[in-house]
Ligand binder design. Structure first.
Ligand code: HEM
Length: 457
């Protein structure tokens, strides 16, 4: 709370309020959600100071400022998650690694998301989505889209990505423990009985135990290129890089992968479904594209094997997913710490201060997007290409050396979901109006979004 300015630097400190001792502005942040940052940005400018989750923080918005932060990794800043997140993810996670160790771990992980690996996950992801939509459609009642999308992305991460053979009952237990873990990742680091932080630690320990059991029971296929899941690819990639992953490293990596995939993809899936409901013309244009590529015939999706290339070739689908991730970026930003004092937007960012770059605020305020609040997938068409102005105006997956490793997998998942929705489902909003959105820990509707699914006519 007492972090101070760098007296050797003549530049002023960013404007802003540090709130109350210890808790700072954490309570305002929880209750105001996205409005917290927007209101302070309007009052204090694109670079402002605050105090969140037990420490002082400088919040940064705007493409040029973010470019400087993200490209300054190693020289100006390094990673610095809130203490709760850092402890819960563990010292072996990518999120907590820096410098050469980060580079080496990223190289091992990269193979998990290669084109070849994605091609091998595709049919399994498609199957999980089809089964889920069948279950949603057979339910006589409306479903809570956000909660069920969380189950879907958890299922995708645990069964498809990691290849764990867990029973339905174990899966149910794991899912609830994981929800406890994620809900408390961003909590005040106060280790007392019943505190969020203690709950998170308990959930992490339970998860690590279950995951160790699942890893030991899992048949491993690390010979040749016939991958069955991401864990096999990860082990093989580690071997190729002359590294042996310890059980602790595997457990932490596994939890990190599920965490990275779980909340983000569930949030984006829910936003996608909401936008397709709000914009029937977009849904119809998607169907038209599927028809013109021969993937949709007489209102039915062709049941042949879908290839990665065919998904990549669907240009309008690409625009729709990009626009969902622009207007409803699931991750609000990333955390860093200043390793030296530097200038940003005319003010100083003193050494030792935490810095959070804002993805959602940057999308919301970027001048390169015309009619910035409108849902308009065509802004990403080759003719308009509004994000050509520079990659830091549009950054749902972050940027620089710590950009999202699962970007292609997440995009593939969302595209497959959109194809199944456009090709094989009928769905209607079950409430009179669309719900309000909240943004902590990821963007999601207050009531979860109630939708009735009917399946094929
Ligand atoms: C990092 C967004 C899905 C794996 C990130 C970052 C963002 C992001 C913004 C950078 C955070 C920072 O700068 O500190 C998203 C969004 C997703 C998504 C919006 C879905 C729509 C996934 C999936 C996986 C994944 C499905 C893998 C299964 C990772 C990993 C990192 C990361 C491992 C850490 C990279 C590093 O530290 O080097 N993600 N992500 N993400 N993401 Fe994703």
């Amino acid at each position: 709370w007492t972090a101070t300015r760098d007296k050797n630097c003549k530049l002023p400190m960013p404007k802003g309020s540090m709130g109350f001792p210890i808790i700072g502005e954490t309570c305002h942040w929880f209750f105001q959600g996205a409005g917290f940052h927007a209101s302070r940005r309007q009052k204090y400018g694109n670079v402002f100071k605050t105090h969140l989750l037990g420490r002082p923080l400088i919040r940064v918005t705007g493409a040029e400022n973010i470019r400087k932060v993200l490209m300054g990794e190693h020289s100006l800043v390094t990673v610095d998650w809130p203490q709760s997140t850092s402890t819960l993810l563990g010292p072996n996670s990518l999120a907590n690694s820096i410098g050469d160790i980060h580079r080496k771990r990223r190289k091992i992980f990269a193979k998990v998301f290669s084109h070849e690996a994605l091609e091998s996950y595709l049919p399994k992801i498609q199957l999980v989505i089809q089964e889920t939509l069948r279950v949603w459609s057979s339910n006589p009642d409306p479903i809570n889209v956000y909660r069920e999308s969380q189950r879907l992305s958890f299922h995708m991460a645990v069964r498809v990505l990691l290849g764990f053979r867990v029973s339905e009952e174990e899966m149910h237990g794991l899912f609830h423990t994981f929800q406890d873990f994620v809900e408390n990742l961003f909590s005040l680091p106060i280790d007392l009985p019943f505190s969020g932080y203690r709950k998170g630690i308990r959930a992490r320990d339970t998860l690590q135990k279950c995951i160790e059991k699942a890893i030991r029971e899992k048949p491993l296929h690390t010979q040749g290129k016939d991958y069955t899941d991401a864990l096999d690819v990860l082990l093989e990639s580690a071997k190729e890089n002359n590294t042996e992953l310890t059980m602790q490293e595997l457990k932490e990596s596994t939890i990190e992968l599920i965490f990275a995939a779980f909340a983000t993809t569930a949030s984006a899936s829910t936003s996608l479904i909401m936008q397709l409901l709000r914009h029937p013309a977009v849904l119809e244009k998607l169907r038209e594209e599927l028809r013109s590529c021969g993937l949709l015939h007489d209102g039915c999706l062709c049941q042949g094997e879908l290839r990665l290339e065919s998904i990549i070739s669907l240009k309008y689908l690409d625009c729709v997913i990009k626009e969902v991730l622009r207007l409803f970026a699931p991750v609000s930003g990333g955390y860093r710490i200043a390793t030296q004092t530097f200038e940003l937007d005319g003010v100083q960012v003193p050494k030792g201060w935490s810095v959070m770059y804002s993805i959602r605020d940057t999308h919301d305020t970027s001048a390169v997007f015309k009619d910035v609040e409108a849902f308009d997938p065509d802004r990403f068409s080759p003719e308009r290409n509004e994000d050509r102005e520079g990659r830091f105006h549009y950054l749902p997956f972050g940027g620089g050396v710590r950009s999202c490793l699962g970007k292609q997998l997440a995009t593939l998942f969302l595209k497959l979901l959109a194809v199944e929705l456009a090709g094989g489902s009928r769905f209607e909003l079950a409430t009179r109006t669309f719900p309000r959105l909240i943004s902590v820990p990821v963007v999601h509707p207050t009531d979860g979004l109630r939708v009735k699914f009917f399946g094929l006519d």
